[in-house]
Design a protein around this ligand. Structure first.
Ligand code: GLA
Length: 384
């Protein structure tokens, strides 16, 4: 915290007024179902985007990062100008959406210090968006609740940054709670905290380190495919979302859709079942069963949804071989990023050295490992 204050003073020549943070996230189960109206079970991480901020008395938002030398300036009079910026488009998008929604924004200086690794599939972008929305709301003296922060941030990513993501990442980043997963119904935004009692186990995140980019990946193609599937199902059943469809209902529609569209829908429908079962077994403390469901989810994402790739598959397969591992699967959008594994604490070192070495031999990449700490989403780190 002191560090960010010091750097803020160096960059902006004054002390910040306040420090806030928003979390990165891991999704435990419920993958690629948020945009189908399904339930998801993410949790906020202690890896987070911290921002130090102060009002600057102008109409300009100046943004800097602890890891970058230059500033970016966003003029609140025309927030539409920054869509092509590599550093600044998320922040400008958030400001743009907040102005549209009627928030009062004031010029300010904001310094970002993000410990969520970029491109890791742990939602560094959501953490940046949510932290920005919170800082802008606070500095302009606007009341804002956590769900609204998530909604605004997601809109920025959809409308301004052209990523057609669902609500899960921003929701977990804002609403997450220490020691709990968030069971979120993406059709209604109703949510409940599920205490995560992992007993003698921990969640280990493994970053495959393969470069990936959500915008250029096949993410938007998958959204199109499940939309097609839903249109077909609607010919037979009165449903709003694919998440309402049961496996027998989908089977009745199978002959009406191309095999690839059926497989995409099958993933969504079975993944929704897995979320339901996961909540049951987690509530009863049955971690062995939860581990098996994680494995089933990975197989479905690999074979039916086809969003894994050789790196994530290798990480999961190497994890499945380890006696200390109860289950493992890719988390997030896929195509790169991280796996999440449920590992006995006593075996974590073994797990990391063994999976890391075999993965390196097979793919050439040096994976990074993090033992996840489940933390609060948005945090008021205090006034300075
Ligand atoms: C990305 C998106 C989320 C969600 C996941 C897949 O993280 O931002 O909205 O769709 O992929 O579950």
């Amino acid at each position: 915290m002191e560090n960010i204050e010091l750097i803020f003073k160096e960059k902006f020549g004054a002390s910040p007024e306040a420090i806030y943070s928003a979390a990165g996230r891991v999704n435990l189960i419920g993958e690629h179902v948020d945009y189908c109206g399904g339930k998801v079970l993410p949790a906020a991480l202690s890896l987070k985007c911290c921002v130090a901020a102060r009002r600057n008395g102008t109409n300009i938002v100046r943004i800097a990062a602890t890891t970058l030398d230059d500033f970016t300036e966003i003029d609140l009079k025309d927030t539409s100008l920054y869509k092509s910026y590599r550093w600044g488009s998320y922040q400008a998008g958030v400001a743009d959406e907040m102005l549209r929604a009627g928030y009062r924004l004031v010029g300010c200086d904001i310094l970002y210090d993000c410990t969520v690794p970029f491109g890791s599939g742990l939602s560094s972008s959501a953490a940046i968006e949510v932290a920005t929305a919170y800082a802008l709301a606070k500095l302009g003296d606007n009341p804002i609740d956590k769900v609204e922060l998530a909604v605004i941030s997601r809109r920025a990513e959809n409308n301004y940054c052209n990523v057609n993501c669902g609500i899960m990442d921003q929701f977990a980043s804002a609403v997450g709670k220490a020691g709990c997963a968030v069971l979120l119904d993406c059709a209604t935004l109703a949510y409940e905290y599920i205490p995560l009692d992992l007993k003698d186990c921990a969640l280990v995140l493994t970053n495959c380190k393969k470069p990936h980019n959500l915008v250029s990946s096949s993410y938007n193609d998958r959204r199109g495919e499940v939309h097609t599937a839903l249109e077909v199902v609607k010919q037979k059943f009165d449903v709003e979302n694919l998440a309402e469809v049961t496996p027998p209902m989908l089977d009745e529609c199978r002959a009406l859709m191309p095999p690839v569209i059926y497989r995409r829908a099958k993933h969504v429908v079975t993944e929704c079942e897995r979320v339901r079962r996961s909540v049951e077994v987690l509530k009863s403390g049955d971690l062995e069963s939860f581990g098996k469901i994680l494995n089933e989810s990975h197989i479905s994402l690999r074979d039916d949804y086809e969003v894994t790739g050789v790196e994530l598959d290798t990480l999961a397969e190497e994890a499945w071989k380890r006696p200390e591992c109860l289950g493992s699967r890719m988390t997030g959008a896929g195509f790169g990023g991280c796996t999440v594994s449920l590992v006995k604490r006593s075996g974590i070192e073994q797990f990391i050295s063994n999976v890391g070495e075999n993965y390196k031999n097979k793919t050439g990449y040096n994976a990074d490992f993090y033992v996840a700490e489940i933390a609060d989403g948005i945090i008021d780190e205090g006034t300075v």
